[in-house]
Design a protein around this ligand. Structure first.
Ligand SMILES: Cc1cc2nc3c(=O)[nH]c(=O)nc-3n(C[C@H](O)[C@H](O)[C@H](O)COP(=O)(O)OP(=O)(O)OC[C@H]3O[C@@H](n4cnc5c(N)ncnc54)[C@H](O)[C@@H]3O)c2cc1C
Length: 545
C-alpha cells in the first residue's frame, strides 16, 4: 500500500488547514533536498510540516492517524553521518524548528527548559546576553544543531555535562495518538521539581523517548554547569596503537576517581588533519586513500601524533592544580607532548603568535586556528570549525557549508568499547584495516564518554560524486559493524539505513513490539526507527509499495 493510497492528499489538505499552507512544503526541490543525506539512501520525504505550537503538533499527529500517513519528527535535521533528515522509510517530516523558545531559565538551579527548535548557538547567546555564570555543553557539530535532537540520539559533548541524556529531564511528549504527557516529576500539576530531578516516582519513562519511535518531544529541561573557578585544557599526542593503549589505561583511573570529570577525546592523525579541511594538494583527486606511510610523513611535517588527545580540568584553583599534577604523572613517559592551556596562556599565545613565528619559524597562528575551537568546546562554546572535515574529499570548503547539498560522503560507525587499552587498540586496528581495505582513510576518534567505556566514532569520508563510492561505503559500514558486534562492541547509535538491522534477543524484541503496539496502534510515528530486525509488523507496515 503506498502512502498516497493511504491518504497523503487528504492529509496534506487537513495539515494545511491546521497549520497554514505556508508551513506545509511538498515541492520537488525541497523534498529532494530533504531526502538527501551524506550517503546513499532510497527513502523519500513526501512532505514537510512545520507546526508552530504544541497544539499544532498534536493536530498534525491526529491527522496522520486518521489518514494513516507515517510522520517523522526532526528538530534541526542535521543528523550528519547517521542520515541527516532522511527517515528510515518513506514518510512525512514533522520539522519542529519553529518551536524554538527557551521557556525557563534558572541561574540559581542551573537549568533551562527548551523547545526542540532551540539550537546550540541560540542557547549559548542567550546565556551570554544575560551575563550568566552558567556553561552549557556543546557538540562538535554545527552551532545550528538542535539540543533536543542531539539528546534524543544520545549525542555527547565535551564538558562535565557531555552525557546529554544524563543531563536532561522533565520531557513533554506528544504520543503517537496525539495525547500529551510529561515525564518524571513534571507530570504532577504544580510540581516545583520537574526540571531538577530525573527519575520521578515509579517507573521512569525518559529513556523510552531517546532512539525510539514512541513519542515526539516538544519540551525538555537541560542542566547546565556553573562556570568553575578555574579551568585548564590539556593536549597531548602519542604514536601507535601500543602507546594509545597505555594512555587509555593511564587515563581510566583518573576518570574513575573523578579527577577527569569530562569526556577525553583522542583523535587519530586522519581525523585531526581532516578537521583542517580537504585532502592536501600533493594528494590528487582520484587517487586511492592516503596510506600509512604517506600519512606518517604528512603528520611529521605538521607536527602531530598518530593519536592526539584533549580534555578539560574543572574546579577550584587548588583542584585544577592537583588535577594537572595527576594528569602529568599518569601520562609521564607515555606521551610525546603534554600541554596545559588556560585562558591566560591562550591570550599570550595569541598576542605573540606573529613574533614567535618570526623567531622560531613555527606557525603558532595556524596551531591556534585548530586549537581554539577545541578549547572552546571544552568550555561549552559551539563551533562550526569541525564541519570542514566533511569536505575531506571535496578539496574545497564553501563559505556556507551544507554536507548534504554538497555531496560530501560521510557515514559514521560508532561502537562502544570498554575503556581498556587493549580493547581500544583492537577496535582501532580492525577499523583501520577495514577502511583502508575498502579504499577509505580511517578517520577515528575515541571519546572516554563514561568512567568505564569509550565511544569510537569511525568516519567513512568520501566524495559522493566518485562512481561506486556510495556503494563501497555501505559495504564497508556493514562489514565493520558486523565484525565489531561479533567481537562484543555494539554501536551506540545507528545510521538510518541500519536501523532495522540490529538483531535483538527475542524476548527483548517482543517487549519493544508490545510497547510500540500499545503507544502507537495505528503505527504512524517514525516506522522503522530503531526497531528490531525480524518481526511480524510488515503486515501492518504503512509504506510498502
Ligand atoms: C563534523 C561533525 C561533528 C559532529 N560532532 C558531534 C558531536 O560532538 N557529538 C554528537 O553527538 N554528534 C556529533 N555529530 C553528529 C550530528 O551532526 C549531531 O549529533 C547533531 O546534533 C544531530 O542532528 P540534530 O541535532 O539536527 O538532530 P535531528 O536531526 O533534529 O534529530 C536526530 C533524530 O532524533 C529524532 N528526533 C529529533 N527531534 C525529535 C523530537 N523532538 N522528538 C522525537 N524524536 C526526535 C529524529 O529521529 C531525528 O532524526 C557531528 C557531525 C559532524 C558532521
Amino acid at each position: 500500500v503506498t502512502i498516497e493510497r493511504l491518504g497523503l492528499s487528504d492529509a496534506l489538505r487537513a495539515w494545511s488547514a491546521a497549520i497554514g499552507g505556508e508551513h506545509v512544503s511538498a515541492d520537488d526541490g525541497t523534498l529532494l533536498a530533504a531526502s538527501t543525506a551524506t550517503f546513499a539512501t532510497s527513502q523519500h520525504v513526501r512532505a514537510i510540516l512545520r507546526p508552530g505550537s504544541l497544539a499544532e503538533v498534536q493536530e498534525c499527529v491526529r491527522i496522520a492517524n486518521r489518514c494513516r500517513v507515517p510522520l517523522y519528527p526532526i528538530s534541526s535535521g542535521r543528523n550528519w553521518g547517521y542520515g541527516s533528515r532522511v527517515p528510515p522509510q518513506d514518510g512525512v517530516l514533522l520539522d519542529l524548528a519553529r518551536l524554538n523558545r527557551i521557556l525557563e531559565y534558572s541561574e540559581e538551579l542551573a537549568y533551562v527548559t527548551i523547545e526542540p527548535g532551540v539550537t546550540q548557538r541560540q542557547l549559548h547567546e542567550y546565556l551570554r546576553q544575560r551575563g550568566s555564570r552558567l556553561w552549557m555543553d556543546a557538540t562538535g557539530a554545527s552551532p545550528e544543531c538542535s539540543i533536543v535532537g542531539n539528546t534524543l540520539e544520545r549525542g555527547f559533548g565535551h564538558t562535565p555535562m557531555g552525557d546529554h541524556c544524563g543531563a536532561a529531564c522533565g520531557l513533554q511528549v506528544v504520543l503517537p495518538t496525539g495525547e500529551c504527557i510529561e515525564t518524571g516529576f513534571s507530570r504532577f500539576e504544580g510540581s516545583t521539581v520537574g526540571p531538577l530531578s530525573r527519575s520521578g516516582v515509579g517507573p521512569s519513562l525518559d529513556g523510552l523517548f531517546a532512539q525510539s519511535n514512541f513519542g515526539i518531544v516538544t519540551r525538555m529541561s537541560v542542566w547546565l554547569m556553573p562556570a568553575p573557578e578555574a579551568f585548564s585544557a590539556f593536549f597531548f599526542m602519542c604514536h601507535g596503537e601500543d602507546d594509545l593503549a597505555r594512555v587509555a589505561d593511564a587515563l581510566r583511573p583518573l576518570r574513575l576517581n573523578g579527577t577527569l570529570r569530562s569526556v577525553v577525546h583522542i583523535g587519530n592523525d586522519y581525523k585531526v588533519l581532516a578537521a583542517g579541511g580537504g585532502t592536501p594538494a600533493w594528494h590528487r583527486a582520484g587517487q586511492g586513500p592516503i596510506g600509512a606511510d604517506a600519512m606518517a610523513a604528512w603528520r611529521r611535517s605538521v607536527g602531530i601524533g598518530s593519536w592526539n588527545g584533549s580534555g578539560g580540568l574543572y574546579g577550584t584553583k587548588a583542584q585544577v592544580r592537583e588535577a594537572r599534577r595527576q594528569v602529568r604523572r599518569a601520562l609521564a613517559g607515555k606521551v610525546d607532548r603534554l600541554h596545559f592551556i588556560d585562558d591566560r596562556r591562550l591570550r599570550l599565545m595569541e598576542r605573540f603568535a606573529a613574533p614567535f613565528k618570526l623567531v622560531t619559524g613555527w606557525d603558532l597562528g595556524a596551531t591556534l586556528d585548530v586549537l581554539k575551537p577545541l578549547y572552546g568546546l571544552l568550555k561549552g562554546i559551539p563551533t562550526d570549525s569541525a564541519l570542514k572535515s566533511a569536505y575531506w574529499r571535496k578539496h574545497t570548503v564553501p563559505r556556507q557549508t551544507n554536507p548534504d547539498r554538497d555531496g560530501c560522503g560521510l557515514l559514521w560507525c560508532s561502537p562502544v568499547v570498554p575503556a581498556v587499552g587493549s580493547r581500544l587498540a583492537e577496535v582501532t586496528r580492525l577499523a583501520s584495516d577495514t577502511l583502508l581495505d575498502f579504499g577509505f582513510e580511517p578517520q577515528m576518534s575515541i571519546s572516554l564518554t563514561t568512567e568505564r567505556s569509550a565511544t569510537c566514532v569511525i568516519s567513512i569520508g568520501y566524495d559522493r560524486a566518485t562512481p561506486g563510492a556510495d556503494q563501497r561505503a555501505h559495504e564497508c559500514y556493514a562489514r565493520l559493524s558486523r565484525a565489531l558486534l561479533e567481537r562484543g562492541y555494539p554501536p551506540y547509535r545507528l545510521a538510518v539505513t541500519a536501523m532495522s538491522a540490529l538483531e535483538e534477543a527475542p524476548a527483548y524484541a517482543d517487549l519493544l513490539r508490545a510497547l510500540k503496539q500499545a503507544v502507537d496502534p495505528a503505527y504512524v510515528l517514525a516506522p522503522g526507527r530503531y526497531e528490531p530486525a525480524v518481526d511480524d509488523r510488515s503486515a501492518r507496515s504503512l509504506d510498502v509499495a
